[in-house]
Structure formats: structure tokens, C-alpha cells
Design a protein around this ligand. Structure first.
Ligand SMILES: [Zn+2]
Length: 318
């Protein structure tokens, strides 16, 4: 059975028809409209357009926001103007179909568990390193959304007491130390403090506005520039240490690391594994979790939420 997945992000909306093996058979992509009403109309139009001539299959919607327990309302979204937005029912009404609503990081984690780097495992923790840090937990084959609907926010665990302020209203969150944003900040600090040493190449590539882009850092990391590798290490260590604490609670078989920073592969995962082991309770007396880079990259939200919608449809039909 085919199903539709639509992933609403802060800058783009991606939609696809997805088959039972997680393959996207047709896809659409648009820029995210500015207003909540504009987003609803665009998503409803996408739902009607995607299946072509055939009847509309089950529809899943992934959104970057905190959901209520029933997964009908987006309570808050950091990058979209949703505040207590009844997103599921508004779009269901406009498109004339039932809809399954999920958090985007949960949808991406589910996709990796079913079809990506976590397939074949029963318990998977996924951490997405984008502008922020997203989390998803799959325990014993079930997506764990928590008792109130917003569990698994691994990026908002406090790592540093009295640390940097975070968009969630707290301070010292992992997100402030291990995101793409954090990598750019740390690279800027190294360029500033070590301009005549390991930071020379970073300082030379710094733009007129004083910023160093993620693409520039990635280029330098791949060229084994010592300053860029040090910036990556300073992001990898807090991530690995946090995973040590996550393992104390969740004990997953594998940590799947996704998002833009994860494209640096083993240069990221090497120091993450080392820091993980150093921070893991009883490390020498247990089987160590594996670390792998996500496989489905930009499509994970679409594939994951389409699969969750299909499963809900089948379960409700029984
Ligand atoms: Zn936070």
C-alpha cells in the first residue's frame, strides 16, 4: 500500500508518495509560506496533487514543533509561527482526508529504524544535528513519544550548568554545544584565538561579515585542516558525553546521527565514540552501542511519517 508523507520545515515543505519498502515514487518540494494559513493551503494542495489520478492514500504530516499528547495540535514551533495551532484538523478539513501528525525528528528516527541505518535493530536512538539538535527514541520496536507527547527531546538535556541560553527557554542544552550552529560558533572562536596557529585556514576563509559557513568548515575538515578538525572535535565530545548519559537511561543498540554535520562521517563519529566510552557508566563491563551516520538524509521525515500513517491506517482498519 502506498502512503503520502509531507515534512513541513522552517524553509521548505517536502512531500512524497512512499511505497512499503520506504522508496519515494513521486515527490514535490516548495518553499514554506510565511503564514500558518498559507502553509495549510499549500499542504492541502500538495496532498491532492501528489497521488495523481489514483485515490488519496493514508497521509502523514511531519512538523518541526512540540505536539500535544493526542498529536492534533502544534503547541509551539521554534521556526514557524505556530502557537497552539490545530494543524491536523485544519489540514484534514481542507484536503478532505484523515491525517496522522508527528514531530519531524520522531518521523526521521522512525525512517532510520525501519529503512535506514537502524534497520534490523529493536532499540534505536537518533540524534539529528541541524541548526538545532533533534531527538527520537525507538524502544522495542515502538516510537517513544512520552506520556505527554513531547518526549525524546535529546537536544534539550542540560549539559553545562549555567551554560549558553537556548531557544527552548533553558540554558546549557546539548543543542548549544553540538549543533551545526555550535560548530560554526566554535570554528569562529578558533579562528579568533588561534589565527596564527591551527586556526589560520579558518581565519583566512572567514567572510567579510566574520562568519564561517558550514560548507567552508566541511571543506576544511575533509582536507584535514587542524583548526577545522579541532572545531569538529569540540562539538563531537559533548555529543559523545551526552550519549553516555542517554545510554544509562535508554541503552539503545545503536545511535544514528543525522543532519548536516553527520555528513562528515567518521571524522565526526571517531571522537564521538571516544567521548561516549569515557562518559559511559560501567563502560568496560557492557556491550557498547554502535554509532552510525543516518542513511536517508533529507528524505527521512517524508519516508518516516508516510510509514507511520500507513501503519495507523492498517491498525485502525483492523
Ligand atoms: Zn534547550
Amino acid at each position: 500500500m502506498l502512503s503520502i508523507g509531507i515534512d513541513i520545515g522552517g524553509t521548505k515543505i517536502a512531500g512524497g508518495v512512499v511505497d512499503e519498502s520506504g522508496v519515494i515514487t513521486s515527490a514535490l518540494r516548495i518553499a514554506t509560506p510565511q503564514t500558518p494559513r498559507g502553509i495549510e493551503k499549500a499542504v492541502a494542495a500538495m496532498i491532492c496533487e501528489l497521488p495523481g489520478e489514483t485515490a488519496i492514500p493514508p497521509v502523514g504530516l511531519a512538523a518541526a514543533g512540540f505536539m500535544n499528547r493526542e498529536r492534533t495540535i502544534v503547541r509551539f514551533a521554534p521556526n514557524i509561527a505556530w502557537r497552539d495551532e490545530p494543524l491536523r484538523d485544519r489540514i484534514a478539513e481542507l484536503a478532505g482526508v484523515d491525517i496522522v501528525l508527528e514531530n519531524d525528528a520522531d518521523a526521521a528516527g522512525w525512517a532510520e529504524y525501519r529503512f535506514g541505518a537502524g534497520r534490523g535493530r529493536g532499540s534505536v536512538a537518533m540524534i539529528t544535528l541541524g541548526t538545532g539538535v533533534g531527538g527520537a527514541i525507538i524502544m522495542d520496536g515502538e516510537l517513544s513519544r512520552g506520556g505527554m507527547g513531547i518526549g525524546g527531546e535529546l537536544g534539550h538535556v542540560r549539559l553545562i550548568p549555567n551554560g549558553l541560553p537556548c531557544g527552548c527557554g533553558q540554558s546549557g542544552c546539548l543543542e548549544q554545544y553540538a549543533s551545526g550552529h555550535a560548530l560554526r560558533r566554535v570554528a569562529g572562536e578558533i579562528a579568533e584565538a588561534e589565527a596564527s596557529g591551527i586556526g589560520a585556514a579558518l581565519a583566512a576563509r572567514r567572510g567579510a561579515d566574520g562568519e564561517i559557513s558550514g560548507a567552508t568548515i566541511a571543506d576544511l575538515v575533509r582536507a584535514d585542516d587542524p583548526g577545522a578538525l579541532e572545531a569538529l572535535r569540540r562539538v563531537a565530545v559533548p555529543l559523545g558525553e551526552a550519549c553516555g548519559s542517554f545510554a544509562a537511561i535508554l541503552d539503545p543498540e545503536i545511535f544514528v546521527i543525522g543532519g548536516g554535520v553527520s555528513l562528515l562521517g567518521e571524522r565526526l563519529l571517531g571522537p564521538v565514540r571516544e567521548a561516549f566510552r569515557s562518559a559511559l557508566p560501567a563502560a568496560s563491563h557492557r556491550t557498547l552501542a554502535e554509532f552510525a551516520v543516518a542513511e536517508l538524509t533529507n528524505d527521512a521525515g517524508v519516508i518516516g511519517v508516510a510509514d507511520l500513517a500507513r501503519r495507523a491506517y492498517i491498525r485502525d482498519g483492523e
